[in-house]
Design a protein around this ligand. Structure first.
Ligand SMILES: *Cc1c(COP(=O)(O)O)cnc(C)c1O
Length: 372
């Protein structure tokens, strides 16, 4: 059996080990927030936003942000049907109704036209999820948000380092959320961050994130309202600080992995890779192949072929509306079709050229066998 090619794994070096060792050795008592404060400061500066709050996950950051916006029962929140479950879970927990709309077949992100059609008097927000590093049409979505008076939430968990017309993904919405899960471009093991330019919203989330204790509340052990406990530890933040110092290196490496795939696949017919549209930078968190409908190549064949070569490639996200807890909506034809003929490719930052060639060889053989 050939050695296994993992689909993701973090890049951990001496800097990470040094910071985490420092945090676990000295980061207690007076210093128990030092790395957390540093991570929040450095991350907001990197992103070009005013405020950031480190959290235990992206899901937690989204939950608190939506709670602070007052999203609740009777409200509708629009998002793309093609998504990881995490983007919609907070909507459900808050008692609001998710409305799943189709994706744009070119960027695999929410279709602005479909989002507009789904707006009702109950709509409170649109969630823009930058899928696999690809960018949503932010001009279109911002226009909708302005016209209809909606919040625009950026779930930038997969798009750290991507840029839309000079703005970093996660710097353009009412608020944004990132994930530092072990599979993401930058990791703290588990973790995430909330970011916004809106001072009032920041203050609200800060209070919520502190079990409802308001800044300036001098009475000890005195929460002013019901909040959340989605905090990041100082030890995790130390890991995050090191990763953030290396962020340009990590993103350059992700882009290099993608460009090698693109080069190796040059000339292969009926394949689409992640797009990078005009005036955008894709940080290519997850290089993904989508076969054309007329290729006849199905996800099942892809999965089997990769498995036979001991390559851990992953399936494209299923439509959320196809999951048992939601109502099926097959009119989202792109979401239901693309996932049947697509695959995420291994893309950890130090994957070797030989390993990438092994991945592409699987695709080449499938195409040779199936496409006349
Ligand atoms: C990974 C991911 C999340 C969830 O992140 P957690 O930190 O695991 O909560 C949310 N949204 C998207 C788009 C993701 O890819």
């Amino acid at each position: 059996m050939k050695n296994k090619i993992m689909y993701t794994k973090p890049s951990i070096g001496e800097l990470e080990i040094a910071y985490v060792t420092d945090a676990v050795t000295h980061g207690w008592g007076d210093k128990c927030y030092d790395y957390i404060n540093k991570l929040e400061r450095n991350f907001s500066e990197y992103l070009g936003v005013r405020y950031a709050i480190a959290t235990s996950s992206c899901t937690g950051a989204l939950h608190m942000g939506m709670a602070a916006l007052g999203i609740g029962p009777g409200d509708e929140v629009i998002l793309a049907d093609t998504n990881w479950i995490a983007s919609v879970v907070p909507v459900v927990h808050l008692g609001a109704t998710p409305v799943f709309v189709d994706i744009d077949p070119d960027n695999w992100c929410i279709s602005v036209q479909q989002a507009e059609r789904a707006i009702t008097s109950k709509t409170k927000a649109i969630i823009a999820v930058h899928l696999y590093g690809n960018l949503c049409d932010m001009d279109g979505l911002r226009q909708l948000a302005r016209t209809y008076g909606l919040a625009l939430i950026e779930d930038a968990a997969e798009a750290l380092g991507s840029e839309y017309k000079g703005n970093k993904a996660g710097s353009m919405g009412t608020f944004s959320a990132f994930s530092f899960h072990g599979t993401k471009t930058m990791t703290t093991g588990e973790g995430g961050i909330f970011a916004t330019n809106d001072e009032a919203l920041y203050q609200k989330v800060l209070t919520l994130s502190n079990h409802g204790r308001k800044t300036g509340q001098n009475k000890q052990f005195w929460p002013d309202e019901i909040g959340f406990k989605y905090k990041m530890s100082n030890i995790q933040a130390a890991l995050g600080c090191a990763q953030l110092e290396r962020i340009e290196e990590l993103i350059t490496a992700k882009r290099k992995v993608f460009h090698r795939y693109a080069e190796l696949m040059k000339g292969l017919p009926r394949i689409q890779l992640n797009p990078e549209s005009h005036e955008c930078v894709n940080s290519y968190w997850m290089p993904t192949v989508v076969f054309s409908e007329d290729s006849g190549i199905h996800q099942k064949q892809l999965q089997e072929a990769f498995l036979a070569e001991n390559i851990d490639a992953r399936v494209f996200f299923w439509p959320l509306s196809a999951l048992p807890m939601f109502k099926e909506n097959k009119s989202n034809t792109n979401a239901y079709s693309i996932c049947q003929r697509a695959m995420n490719l291994p893309s950890f930052v130090d994957i070797s050229m030989d390993e990438q060639k092994r991945v592409v060889a699987v695709l080449t053989e499938l195409i040779t066998k199936n496409i006349k």
